[in-house]
Design a protein around this ligand. Structure first.
Ligand SMILES: [Zn+2]
Length: 97
């Protein structure tokens, strides 16, 4: 779970999940701005990669669409649930590369 770089308090799972799609995140305790680190951003993209590629192998094995959509949706939900565990914060905005 991410820790605020200003007050050192650990954010709850729910708080992190709510702020998931923002690059800038305000700490619920000290209200300072935190940013996702480049390392964490890369980790998050690696987690979501299996979801993006799940359609291809399912198509090759001739799995019907009514099965591949729930499988992809389940993987998407799992990856979102894992996100807060891989989140890391920094005081300054870091470049993507
Ligand atoms: Zn804080």
């Amino acid at each position: 779970m991410p820790t605020c770089q200003y007050c050192d308090k650990q954010w709850s799972y729910a708080t992190t999940l709510k702020k998931l799609f923002r690059n800038k995140m305000v700490c619920p305790y000290c209200h300072n701005m935190n940013y996702i680190t480049t390392k964490a951003r890369w980790r998050l993209s690696v987690i979501s990669m299996p979801v993006m590629f799940v359609g291809l192998p399912l198509g090759i094995f001739d799995i019907p669409l009514k099965w591949s959509i729930p499988i992809a949706a389940t993987m998407l939900i799992i990856s979102f649930c894992l996100y807060p565990n891989f989140m890391e914060l920094s005081k300054e905005e870091e470049p993507l590369f």
